[in-house]
Design a protein around this ligand. Structure first.
Ligand SMILES: Nc1ncnc2c1ncn2[C@@H]1O[C@H](COP(=O)(O)OP(=O)(O)O)[C@@H](O)[C@H]1O
Ligand SMILES: [Mg+2]
Length: 268
């Protein structure tokens, strides 16, 4: 595969050595990569356009993926990605992904990255993306159309992936820890955004009632998982921990408890 000029990509926290080469992306292989490649192959076969294609392994042993043109709107989050229209677009994209992946029968021994996860205890229904943050959604002309970075994909539920996505897009976070564009949203406005997201996704009534309880459980598991990843895996995980991710999760938990009734009223 032709290599050409390489540009280092720095959007994420974790993966060192992600580069763009022409219309491809090269990423180091990890233990879970074969599971992700199987998933990307399925998405290609069913014609899901919202994920990169897996093209193979290059001469340096890196995975080769197609480049998805556009922009990931994280750090700081761009205004256009904070609109209700963008929020609905992300919800619809997640729904399309879930519908496309729901038919996927992953090999039973697929090596998903399931060490120290934030999963809740419901039996898995599908392979979730589990990391739909503004760094991992590609926008083109203001419209979210691509999911990238399937490193945390694993068996889970639709509801869990929805809650996980809401964490950064509602967002479910203390105002002090949010992106500037979300800093002034009060709990009522966040509640409305959660509702809009659930409507656009088409989340059923019963699952909707479980959004906040699952968020509560996920926050707790997230704290433990991030700490374990920092201690055992080091690298970007350790940098995030030293950067205060644990403190921010704890503040998010407090904010959720204080805002519970207002959020719940909007979801009902
Ligand atoms: N296939 C792709 N198409 C477009 N942009 C990409 C693609 N892969 C990575 N990027 C860009 O590179 C950044 C980092 O890549 P990512 O795969 O998310 O690594 P990390 O594990 O560090 O988060 C992304 O936020 C995005 O801006
Ligand atoms: Mg990423």
């Amino acid at each position: 595969m032709e290599q050409g000029h390489e540009v280092v990509l720095t959007g994420g926290d974790v993966t060192e050595g992600v580069v763009r080469a022409g219309d491809t992306v090269r990423r180091p292989l990890r233990a879970h990569s074969p599971a992700v490649h199987g998933l990307l192959g399925h998405l290609e076969r069913v014609g899901f356009e919202g994920a990169p294609r897996f093209l193979g392994i290059d001469e340096l042993g890196r995975e080769v993926l197609t480049w998805m043109p556009g922009e990931t709107p994280g750090r700081p989050m761009r205004e256009y990605a904070a609109t209700e229209e963008a929020l609905r677009g992300v919800a619809r994209l997640l729904r399309r992904f879930h519908d496309a992946v729901s038919m996927y029968e992953a090999p039973p021994d697929a090596p998903w990255d399931v060490a120290f996860t934030t999963n809740v205890d419901d039996p898995p229904e599908l392979i979730g993306h589990c990391d739909v943050t503004p760094d991992n959604v590609v926008f083109r002309d203001g419209v979210p159309y691509g999911l990238i970075d399937f490193d945390l994909a694993r068996p889970t539920t639709r509801l869990f992936d929805v809650v996980n996505t809401l964490r950064t897009w509602a967002p479910l976070a203390d105002p002090a820890d949010r992106d500037e564009v979300f800093a002034r949203l009060d709990a009522d406005a966040v509640g409305r955004r959660i509702r809009r997201f659930c409507d656009a996704y088409g989340l059923g009534r019963e699952e909707r009632r479980r959004v906040l309880p699952v968020a509560r459980l996920r926050f707790e598991r997230s704290y433990l998982a991030m700490r374990a990843r920092a201690e055992r895996l080091g690298g970007g995980w350790e940098r995030m921990w030293r950067g205060g991710i644990g403190v921010r999760i704890r503040r998010g938990q407090d904010w959720l408890e204080q805002s519970w009734d207002v959020l719940d009223a909007r979801l009902g």
